[in-house]
Design a binder for this molecule. Structure first.
Ligand code: 5AD
Ligand code: SF4
Length: 479
């Protein structure tokens, strides 16, 4: 799921790059949280804010007035880490003039770099991995007593399922809800299994309760989050054996159905799907409920079966195309986006061409495209050479971006004349008299405000025009 406003403007680092500064909630001691990376990190920051709110912390958007600064970090690519390091130097300066300031690193970099982060970045006081956030209050206290504190233990159980996150988003309409943590897939390029640990699923009752509470507070959209939502399972082992026969089991399709039934006015999104695990059952549930958005983010990574094998993705080009065919058959008109990595170890020109032909075959609505960045400890780092030159990686990335841009643009244009249901997120930044929101396919739609429509309402909008990232339309009666 995507944090940034719109479509990929820069080539690399868009998805993982945007920092979010948290909105204020009330309390006496001041906490400033800055989040980088995937939606899961942003969601975790809300759990952290909730844990610290219990201790009397309120969040601030102004780092200058904070007693505690926490940076929730991302390790997915080298440049994501580089950005955080640069930011840490800013806080070092702030700490020099305010020595009592507590500066902590949370998330994937904390987990990956552990003690070395305390040794290297001398002015970092706290290093806390993704499964240790409950320990934060005690750790901050320790730091107050003049010590450094570190906890990077990963857990097989922690889901923070009982914690109601403090919502730190700006619009009060869309919220992230975590359903799994960690990842067992071991894609060879990916650091996540090392930084976020083994996969575990959250109790479905706590998920449904959180969604129902969000709806009651005025939220109209939830995004169910996991590294691989399709492998969500409750009361089942990874091999499918029932753990407690007296209790029901729940898979992802069933969970989504439970959430869809919270209220027909609550929109459901989810991210991220995995091609090897996405079942027709999930697609059929999507087709059955009007409030489950017809949009799937299905990372392909490469269009070549040999590269996919080196990536340890667990599917071939043909399998992926079969999943696309199933989506289009079961949910006609479903939006589809993807992730692509260019220049993975040993990628030949033919293998790169296969990614280009896959783009032509699928015609994605949107793609996040990255150059391969070798990550320490991963299977690829141990097994393969990072042998595609930077120049070739960049050129291939350009070729992919250019093709994808044309497809996205053409897909948008093909919607002109259609009528879409839009969830209104607020007034347009460019004009007070325009409203903005998203359709079910996650495309931004802007249209003139009429009939007292406001944030949180649904409107039927006829698409009249589009840019590469935005549809422009007018309100029409419900068809
Ligand atoms: N280099 C480049 N991109 C990566 N991703 C994950 N690991 C790497 C890496 N080492 C991309 C994948 C994934 C997305 C979240 O980030 O495309 O789907
Ligand atoms: Fe990383 Fe693969 Fe897990 Fe996604 S599915 S988090 S790419 S290991």
């Amino acid at each position: 799921m995507l944090i940034e406003n719109d479509k990929q403007a820069k080539h690399d680092e868009t998805r993982q790059g945007e920092a979010l500064v948290m909105d204020p909630v009330s309390g006496s001691k001041k906490l400033y949280v800055e989040s980088y990376g995937c939606a899961m990190n942003f969601s975790d920051s809300e759990v952290v804010a909730s844990i610290l709110a219990q201790e009397g912390y309120s969040t601030t958007r102004n780092a200058e007035e904070a007693d505690v600064v926490l940076i929730n970090t991302c390790s997915i690519r080298d440049n994501a880490e580089a950005r955080v390091r640069k930011r840490l130097t800013d806080f070092k300066k702030q700490k020099k003039s305010k020595p009592e300031l507590v500066v902590g690193v949370l998330g994937c970099m904390a987990e990956r770099l552990k003690q070395s982060l305390l040794d290297e970045e001398k002015l970092v006081d706290l290093v806390v991995g993704p499964d240790a956030y409950r320990e934060l209050p005690g750790m901050i206290e320790e730091v107050g007593g003049g010590q450094k504190a570190i906890n990077v233990l990963l857990s097989r159980e922690e889901t923070y399922g009982d914690i109601t996150p403090v919502r730190l988003d700006e619009n009060g309409i869309s919220a992230f809800v975590s359903i799994t943590r960690g990842c067992d897939n071991m894609c060879s390029f990916c650091v996540v299994p090392f930084t976020r640990g083994r996969e575990r699923s959250r109790d479905p009752q706590t998920i449904v309760r959180e969604c129902a509470e969000l709806f009651e507070r005025g939220y109209r959209e939830v995004t169910l989050l996991g590294q691989n939502v399709d492998s969500y399972r409750w009361n089942m082992s990874s091999k499918g054996a029932i753990k407690d026969p007296s209790q029901p089991t729940t898979n992802f399709a069933e969970l989504m159905e439970m959430v869809a039934q919270v209220n027909p006015l609550l929109r459901i999104r989810f991210s991220t799907s995995h091609p090897k695990d996405m079942t027709d059952e999930v697609l059929e549930v999507m087709a059955k409920y009007a409030n489950i958005c017809p949009y799937i983010h299905l990372p392909v990574q490469s269009g070549d079966s040999n590269v996919l094998q080196r990536m340890n993705r667990g599917y071939s080009r043909e399998w992926y195309l079969n999943r696309i065919e199933a989506i289009r058959r079961i949910i006609p008109g479903c939006g589809i986006s993807t992730d692509i990595i260019t220049g993975f170890c040993g990628e030949t020109e033919e293998e790169h061409q296969a990614t280009l032909t896959l783009l032509d075959a699928v015609h994605f609505d949107f793609a996040y495209m990255y150059k391969y960045s070798e990550r320490p400890k991963t299977l690829a780092e141990r097994k393969f050479e990072d042998d595609v030159t930077e120049e070739v990686k960049s050129r291939r990335l350009e070729e992919i971006i250019e093709k994808q841009r044309a497809h996205g643009w053409a897909n948008n244009k093909s919607q002109i004349g259609e009528i879409h249901e839009v969830l209104i997120e607020g007034t347009s930044k460019k004009s007070e008299s325009d409203l903005t929101g998203r359709d079910g396919r996650n495309t931004k739609v802007v249209f003139p405000a009429v009939n007292g429509l406001k944030k949180g309402d649904y409107a039927w909008v006829k698409i009249l025009d589009c840019t590469s990232a935005t549809m422009i339309g007018e309100v029409v009666p419900q068809p």
